[in-house]
Design a protein around this ligand. Structure first.
Ligand SMILES: [Fe+2]
Length: 288
């Protein structure tokens, strides 16, 4: 296994690993350590299907059920379908509800930060990619934390952010959420600063789902949230991933923000499958 950095601040390409084959404990340990250190890992030229994708996912922990399916139809599904191809293989256009709803992913976020126990990692595998557009951008909120001055760190170190799925999703339209989602997905409290248990590095934990900071007036909290997101996502800190079919990207949702860069669903097909690994518990229970 070889590791080649993707960006000065974070991220690495891992080569010499076939993820469709079973991973022995030593190799998995190396991958897991690399993910703790680099936060984003890219594996090119893989030949996964849903079964092998799930097998890799389960090595990192328990899979997390897809929240759209679960809160809309009550179904437990572990494979999230990203892009504009429906269950029959038909291409959906820009105006389709699913395509519009997914444009909410074009805001910087951390997956499932709206759950009391948020995602540990996401694993996104590309089957079909557009000839233009459809990139995914990543930044490290760990590198961003390092850039903060002491006063800002002291202000946020023990703070609690409120994350709300309905708040963020309805930014792209009131019908971007289902009735079930509206009823059952309540705001949750998350630590604003988290620490990686393996490396000890701290980062802040923000994104589009954050609507407030506990105990802080909105006219103070909103500029602070925006300042943190802006600092993390400054241009030179972005790794922009241009997908190829056969790419698997695994990222650490504890400390990485990402967003979709958009594409023309009228012209192109895009089909990726995503799984998520459930976190080990509420962030408020993590040691500070
Ligand atoms: Fe996402």
């Amino acid at each position: 296994m070889q590791i080649t950095p993707l960006h000065a601040e974070f991220g690495a390409t891992v080569s010499g690993v076939d993820l469709a084959a079973p991973l022995d404990a030593a190799l998995f340990g190396e991958i897991d350590l690399a993910l703790n250190r680099y936060s984003v890992l890219l594996f090119r030229n893989q030949r996964l299907d849903d079964d092998s994708h799930m097998a890799v996912t389960r090595r990192f922990g328990a899979p997390e059920e897809n929240h759209v399916e679960f809160y809309t139809s009550g179904t437990i599904a572990y494979i999230g379908k990203i892009g504009n191809i429906d269950a029959n293989g038909k291409q959906l256009r820009n105006q389709a509800r699913k395509v519009v709803s997914q444009t909410a992913n074009n805001m910087w976020h951390s997956d499932s930060s709206f759950r009391e126990t948020p995602s540990l990692h996401s694993l996104l595998y590309a089957y079909e990619v557009p000839a233009e557009g459809g990139d995914t951008e990543f930044v490290s909120a760990r590198a961003a934390y390092q850039r903060l001055d002491d006063a800002t760190r002291n202000r946020i170190d023990d703070a609690v952010g409120i994350h709300d799925y309905i708040f963020s999703r309805t930014k792209v339209g009131e019908d971007a959420v289902s009735e079930g989602q509206r009823t059952y997905m309540r705001p949750v409290r998350q630590r604003l600063v988290r620490r990686n248990p393996v490396t000890g590095d701290k980062n802040y934990y923000v994104g589009s789902h954050v609507c407030a900071i506990e105990g802080m007036d909105d006219d103070e909290a909103r500029p602070l949230i925006d300042q943190l997101i802006n600092e993390a996502t400054r241009e030179q800190s972005v790794y922009r991933h241009q997908w190829q079919a056969g790419d698997l990207v695994i990222w650490d949702n504890r400390c990485v923000l990402h967003r979709g860069a958009g594409y023309d669903a009228d012209r192109f097909r895009r089909r990726l499958h995503q799984t998520r690994v459930r976190g080990t518990g509420p962030t408020l229970a993590e040691p500070g």
